[in-house]
Design a protein around this ligand. Structure first.
Ligand code: ATP
Length: 326
């Protein structure tokens, strides 16, 4: 693994039950992220984006478990590390921002207390220095009157401010990876743009890699260097953002693109919606998970296509070769 690799995930699986013995929610997802890279994860609701992000962050809901051949942060493999090392590695290197900051901020603690807890514990920073850093971070995400805000409770902040405070909190440790799951979905459009600008600036200034989960493929194309496309719990395509529109090879990725006005090749053509629905996690069967909704499916699709690499592009479709030139 190169020193430039921040995160490496090999064959991540997520399932319901203490041993993942129930329905399979995520199957064999593998990818890595370089320092400072912004990688997007896209797909329809229920395709396993959040479960993938939560498994990496070790924040899966009760009753859902994960396994992986390798899950390493900064070279430390958390699948073999002891609990203490795993906690410390995540604590030092990883921050998480969710769609709903309300769910992540403790309503009973003042902002200053919750922003400083981790650095005081992990970096042994004295309280005064930690509070100074917290105030600087709040100013950095454009929250005015930072010192006063640190003495306030989350309910005293607006929704957009809470989301920015979450980002400021996440960056207290200068993490090498920020996991952001739909960080702007619950916000109104102007605040969304502010939050995205902020994430990009923090990425550029602190070299923080960002794993950005969103169902909004056009937004990901604008900010990410690479996009991972998930379908029914599987990674079906991984490609550079610059290739998205002209070189997507999986029919599902193409359908996602065709359903977005700003990305569709010919905006005058009718936008395409994807017929059918995502199969239930317990009822995916064998073969390509997309075959029942795919207008290019043929008899080959009864066998699941492997995720095959060609240069910096990976696709799980028997037609990937043909589609590369189509
Ligand atoms: N607590 C849970 N227990 C069992 N299954 C769950 C739980 N939470 C979600 N799921 C199921 O896991 C699958 C993947 O869900 P996930 O939230 O990862 O999808 P997603 O792509 O992030 O969707 P969205 O964009 O709606 O958040 C879905 O079928 C969902 O119903």
């Amino acid at each position: 693994m190169s020193a430039e690799t921040v995160l490496e995930v090999a064959n991540l699986c997520v399932g319901v039950g203490a041993q993942g013995e129930g329905a399979s929610l995520v199957r064999d997802v593998s990818f890595s992220m370089r320092r400072g890279e912004i990688v997007g994860v896209v797909g329809e609701s229920g395709c396993g984006k959040s479960m993938t992000a939560l498994a990496i962050a070790d924040l899966l809901p009760v009753g859902v478990t994960s396994s992986a051949d390798r899950l390493s942060f900064e070279g430390v493999d958390l699948t073999t590390a002891d609990r203490r090392t795993a906690l410390r590695t995540r604590g030092l290197n990883q921050a998480v921002v969710f769609q709903d900051p309300q769910a992540s901020l403790n309503p009973a603690l003042k902002l200053g207390t919750q922003m400083t807890e981790a650095v005081m514990h992990h970096q042994r920073l004295p309280r005064a220095s930690a509070l100074r850093r917290a105030a600087e971070n709040l100013s950095e995400v454009k929250i005015a009157g930072a010192e006063q805000r640190l003495r306030e409770y989350p309910y005293q902040l607006s929704g957009g401010m809470r989301q920015r405070a979450m980002i400021a909190m996440g960056l207290m440790m200068s993490p090498s990876l920020l996991i952001a799951d739909e960080p702007t979905t619950a916000l109104d459009v102007t605040v969304q743009a502010d939050v995205m600008r902020m994430l990009r600036r923090l990425n550029a200034e602190h070299e923080t890699a960002i794993l950005l989960v969103s169902h909004h493929i056009a937004l990901l194309q604008q900010v990410c260097s690479r996009i991972l496309v998930m379908y029914a719990g599987e990674l079906v395509e991984d490609l550079p953002s610059v290739s998205l529109v002209k070189d997507a090879r999986h029919p599902y990725t193409r359908a996602l693109i065709a359903s977005v006005p700003s990305l569709a090749h010919d905006p005058s053509r009718r936008l395409v919606t994807i017929p059918g629905t995502l199969p239930d996690p317990g009822a995916r069967g064998d073969g390509c998970p997309f075959r029942n909704r795919c207008n290019e499916a043929d008899e080959r699709c009864d066998i699941a296509p492997p995720l095959t690499r060609a240069g910096d592009h990976r696709v799980a479709c028997w037609r990937a070769e043909e589609n590369a030139h189509a």
